[in-house]
Design a protein around this ligand. Structure first.
Ligand code: CUA
Length: 330
């Protein structure tokens, strides 16, 4: 089963072979029916050709059996395609819980990547093999698309929101990274490399950079931007405390709730009036245009670091519940 056509890109992720097998199936079905239909056209055209001027066609009555056969077989085949395709799609669109996260920002015309440990890369991405990697991606300008053919993965990167993709590389190597959405003059130059490394080598690579972690950078920014003036950890500031807020369910002014995920925090930084927390005024200034998408990511990581990743469903703002604990080392 491991054979592949030489035209195909390398199979370098856990999902590559599956995607290829589905494609082989689709190709086989298409080729079979193309040959069958064209064969039949030529065969019948010759067999039932008109032999004389006087020859008239007789009327034909098809039976139910035939109707049913040629409806049920294509139906069955398309359902197999649907079921098979959907199962791969679901697998591809749901990152495993133990995936390591890396942030990606697309920009005309480059890929900027940030690791949790603080390493930043442009048009290069270093990852360990045999470990699921989740990318949380956004764009600074127009729609781009993160595409690594050898991993059989492609996901649009959209300004104003986060999209995710994930993959698990299976062999060390250097794999092409493309932008697969036409995004302007240098779209074709928006390319790079993914370096899949043995875990040991990857660790060495990570340690090579002197950068501080993303959340540390976010913490410094949090103070530079004076966010801490209002978002006091004890909940007595003008804004809600952010301790433990990530992953919790936040009650909103005017009713309704929202899950505090990356998208919500990003929105609250760039468009604070969009969803105001119950009991607070909509008086936070916007940081749209003042900070980059990479800064937003750093702030998100800082806010994540402020509390446990709940999911234990503490309702409402986590603020008053966990008062007064500021992590000293951030
Ligand atoms: Cu970015 Cu094409």
């Amino acid at each position: 089963m491991g054979t592949r056509l030489p035209l195909f890109p390398e199979q370098a992720s856990t999902i590559s072979a599956e995607v290829d097998h589905l494609l082989y199936f689709l190709m086989a079905v298409s080729i079979f029916f193309t040959l069958l239909i064209f064969g039949a056209i030529f065969y019948f055209a010759i067999k039932y050709r008109r032999r004389s001027e006087q020859e008239l066609p007789h009327s034909v009555h098809t039976g139910w059996t035939l109707e049913i056969v040629w409806s049920v077989i294509p139906f069955g085949l398309t359902m197999i395609m649907f079921g098979w395709g959907a199962s791969i799609f679901f697998r591809e669109s749901r990152p495993p819980d133990n995936a390591m996260q890396i942030y990606a920002v697309g920009k005309q015309w480059m890929w900027k990547l940030q690791h949790m440990e603080g390493q930043r890369e442009i048009n290069e991405l270093h990852i360990p093999i045999n470990r699921p990697v989740k990318l949380l991606m956004t764009s600074e300008d127009v729609i781009h698309s993160f595409y690594v053919p050898d991993f059989r993965t492609k996901q649009d990167v959209v300004p104003g929101r986060y999209t995710t993709t994930w993959f698990e590389a299976t062999k060390p190597g250097k794999y092409h990274l493309f932008c697969a959405e036409y995004c302007g003059t240098n779209h074709s130059g928006m390319i790079g490399w993914v370096y899949a490394m043995e875990p040991q080598k990857y660790q060495e690579w990570l340690n090579g950079g002197a950068a501080g972690s993303l959340s540390a950078a976010g913490g410094a920014l949090f103070e530079d931007l004076a966010c801490n003036n209002c978002h006091k950890p004890d909940g007595n500031g003008r804004g809600p405390s952010l301790v433990g807020v990530f992953g919790s369910t936040v009650k909103l002014a005017g009713g309704g709730t929202v899950r505090a995920d990356e998208g919500y925090i990003r929105e609250s930084i760039l468009n604070p009036a969009a969803k105001v927390v119950e009991g607070y005024m909509a008086d936070m200034p916007t940081f749209q245009g003042l900070i980059t998408e990479e800064n937003v990511v750093q702030l998100i990581e800082y806010i994540k670091s402020l509390g446990p990743r709940p999911g234990q469903g503490q309702p409402g703002q986590a603020a008053p519940a966990i008062a007064g604990s500021i992590p000293s080392n951030r």
